[in-house]
Design a protein. Structure first.
Length: 761
């Protein structure tokens, strides 16, 4: 029974377009006639499933990760993206589109059509804070686009990056109602649902709610994602050619690690030798000519910490240019795979009746590579010269499976042309101003048109609903739906409407206590007190700032001192929006501890073939002393393999049996510590143990190995925490890259594992 409260919600909910979809009953009333015999009976087909309207279009959302406004040729950049460019040239470019400065908040706002804090994603779920704006659980009262379109008769598919499942729900114990398949998607093929990304050459992938085996051909992850997208569409149209589909294709590119085949990166050899200063100059000229940046826009000063290109030594310029060649190849390969999907839709005669939305970025380019970039692990006390020397000697590894690359900040700043700063800065356009494309031959007649109205990520869902003629249900899965908060852009589509006043007139943006408020062409920026910004921002950027962004596109002229009343007006406006949408309390610092199902536990028992995603690994492994105890059966002296491993080639640890000996490998900071027992393991039941003692700094370690309680090896060493950010933890194997060169992955244990116990000590 629906309560009076919920009936009130049903009657007063302000849904998009003022319309509602009548809920189909799971057991609809029989409309035929029942007789004692078939002759006396009239059949009636039960109307169980919703039906799309005749001719309803397919919908494809393409979401590119960690890429700046000035990266692709579609918006004046120098990275060749002919397939995205084709969609832009036959569709519309939106030049005033904004995201949330970080991935998960943007995706939460995109998929629900609400503000990020309104759907509990003020930051990442693995850094959750237990208040409504930050707990990392998408509320069921705020449906996803998949839930909405499924109620409108669509098949729904998600491919690639989801990043919206709380780590506590991301194990094989579930619950699975906040995995993609629990939030409206018929099928999911992509990264662990709580994860920010994966290794591009050795990806961890899930099919629906089950881990996918490694690709035996070792193909790049973006190729695997495109293959699956094409297969979903092919299977669906073969079975139900009249039924529309919704595809959310969300790549890991260009999030780190930047990895791609050399055939792609080598296409750009020499093309970035002129450096990031020249890149910015060239791209700004292109953008003005293309019309995606206002005429008269000038370049912002270099971001703090970015050096003049010509001042760099020749060997550094060579290294830094190669970083950008790899990133550009990574994005171009992604564009190629996007093109394969679009070409397949065209091949089956569906492209003219397909709405394609290309979101070129979930935030600005990432400035986390700092001055020299990174692609190999380094000791914390390594000097700049030592790091550069190591990188230059190993430059051929850049982009391969043996690297985890992120380019120097100079290239991130260039990719964000003409804006300042980077991903993670919600109060600067470099963190939030991205490129947006709408392609829909059925309704877009102003091919190649430009639209300048203010646009926010939560506008995409209501725009989609209106353009395809769908309706927003009042109730989904028994949950009365709360209002959609975005504004439809459908009013801008017709050529005669291209200059209509914007309808999204006020919008806040906040992460890690830095925030901004946009209102009627004005923007006030409030820097964070978080040290992350104090270290980077010059003094002039640490104060409250005010910009007229209709006249000052890339925020070069701070007007705060000139218009203090406007600053107060906008500060008050932010305060009202913050209370309305769960933004408070602001958090100046964030606990990096993963909030997962093992949080607070001191002992975890795992069984054979168990797998834990990186964000599901017990936190004490990184912060405390711990032991690994494997209870096993070893039939013969030849049995060997991994007992437990976490991470891979670039960092991790592994307890394994080889050549009859117990061994432990600890890989961090670019070196691997190996410890082997001085005693041979017998056959039959065995208790094999590694004890890792760490001091309060987590650097001074003592590792001791035991066989059936007997100490068989011990070693002291100094090294930091092992990095296992993309490969997770495996019992009985080392999937992906190997933690140590002592064996070849996956090195599956050939005996029997009864259990492996991880315990804080």
């Amino acid at each position: 029974m629906i309560s009076k409260k919920n009936l009130g919600l049903l009657s007063s909910a302000l849904l998009f377009g003022g319309t509602a979809v009548a809920q189909h009953s799971p057991t609809p009333a029989f409309e035929g006639k029942i007789g004692k015999t078939i002759a006396d009976t009239k059949e009636s087909l039960p109307r169980i499933n919703p039906q799309a309207s005749k001719g309803a279009p397919n919908v494809v959302w393409i979401h590119i990760d960690d890429i700046g406004y000035g990266a692709t040729t579609a918006f004046g950049g120098l990275i060749e993206t002919p397939n995205i460019e084709r969609l832009a040239n036959q569709g519309l470019r939106y030049t005033n589109y904004h995201t949330c400065a970080f991935s998960a908040p943007t995706r939460a706002a995109l998929l629900t059509g609400r503000n990020q804090h309104s759907v509990h994603f003020g930051f990442f779920a693995h850094n959750a804070y237990n208040t409504p704006g930050y707990d990392g659980y998408l509320p069921f009262e705020k449906a996803t686009v998949a839930e909405t379109l499924r109620e409108n008769g669509y098949n729904t598919f998600a491919i690639g990056k989801y990043h919206l499942t709380h780590p506590s729900d991301a194990t094989q114990a579930g619950p699975f109602n906040r995995w993609p398949t629990g939030r409206g998607f018929d099928h999911y093929f992509g990264f662990p649902p709580e994860a920010w990304g994966t290794d591009q050459w050795h990806p961890t992938l899930y099919r629906d709610t089950q881990r996918e085996p490694e690709d035996p051909q070792g193909r790049h992850v973006t190729t695997l994602l495109a293959n699956e997208a094409i297969k979903y569409i092919s299977d669906q149209k073969s079975a139900a050619p009249e039924k529309p589909f919704f595809l959310y294709f969300s790549t890991g590119a260009g999030h780190e690690p930047h990895q791609v085949a050399t055939e792609w990166s080598d296409k750009y050899k020499g093309k970035f030798d002129a450096g990031w200063d020249k890149y910015r100059e060239t791209v700004l000229q292109n953008q003005i000519k293309l019309g995606v940046v206002p005429a008269g826009t000038t370049l912002a000063p270099r971001n703090p910490g970015v050096k003049e290109w010509e001042s760099l030594p020749a060997n550094e310029r060579k290294l830094f240019a190669r970083f950008m060649e790899v990133y550009a190849g990574f994005i171009s390969q992604t564009d190629y795979e996007v093109g394969r999907i679009i070409n397949f839709i065209e091949q089956i005669g569906q492209l003219d009746n397909t709405l394609v939305v290309v979101l070129v970025g979930d935030n600005g380019a990432e400035g986390a590579g700092r001055e020299v970039g990174r692609f190999l692990p380094n000791a914390p006390d390594a000097t700049r010269e030592q790091i550069l020397d190591k990188y230059i000697k190993n430059i051929d590894l850049l982009g391969t499976e043996f690297s985890s690359a992120n380019y120097p900040d100079g290239w991130a700043a260039a990719a964000n042309t003409p804006f300042r700063y980077y991903k993670g800065y919600p109060h600067y356009e470099g963190g939030t101003h991205n490129a947006l494309i709408f392609f829909y031959p059925e309704k877009i007649k102003d091919q190649g048109g430009i639209r300048n109205q203010y646009t926010y990520v939560n506008d995409i869902l209501p725009t989609t609903i209106e353009l395809i003629g769908a309706k927003a249900p009042t109730v989904i899965n028994g949950y009365p739906q709360e209002p959609i908060e975005g504004v439809s852009l459908a009013y801008t589509i017709a050529p005669e409407n291209k200059n209509l006043p914007e309808r999204h007139t006020i919008q806040y943006n906040e992460t890690t206590s830095a925030y901004a408020i946009y209102k009627d062409g004005w923007k006030a920026a409030f820097p964070s007190k978080n040290d992350r910004y104090k270290r980077v921002l010059p003094e002039g950027d640490k104060k409250i700032q005010l910009y007229n962004v209709r006249e000052d596109f890339n925020e070069l002229h701070d007007l705060a001192d000139k218009y203090p009343d406007k600053v107060k007006e906008l500060a008050d406006a932010f305060d009202a929006e913050a209370w309305k949408y769960n933004v408070y309390p602001l958090k100046e610092t964030w606990d990096i501890q993963n909030k997962n199902v093992y949080n607070g536990k001191n002992q975890v028992v795992l069984y054979s073939d168990a797998y834990l995603t990186p964000f599901s690994i017990p936190y004490f492994v990184n912060t405390a002393s711990y032991s690994i105890v494997a209870d096993v059966d070893i039939p013969t002296i030849k049995d060997q393999g991994v007992l437990l491993s976490a991470g891979g080639y670039l960092g991790g640890f592994s307890l394994y049996v080889k050549g009859g000996k117990l061994a432990f490998a600890y890989n961090a900071e670019g070196r691997t510590i190996e410890l082997t027992s001085n005693k041979t393991i017998g056959t039959g039941k065995q208790k094999l143990k590694a004890e890792i003692q760490q001091d309060i700094t987590n650097r001074n370690k003592a590792v001791t190995l035991y066989i059936n309680g007997d100490k068989v090896a011990t070693q002291n060493f100094e090294i930091g925490s092992a990095r296992h950010s993309t490969e997770g933890l495996d019992v009985g194997r080392d999937v992906g890259t190997a933690v140590t060169v002592a064996y070849k992955a996956p090195f599956i244990f050939s005996g029997k594992i009864n259990r492996v116990t991880l315990e804080a000590i």
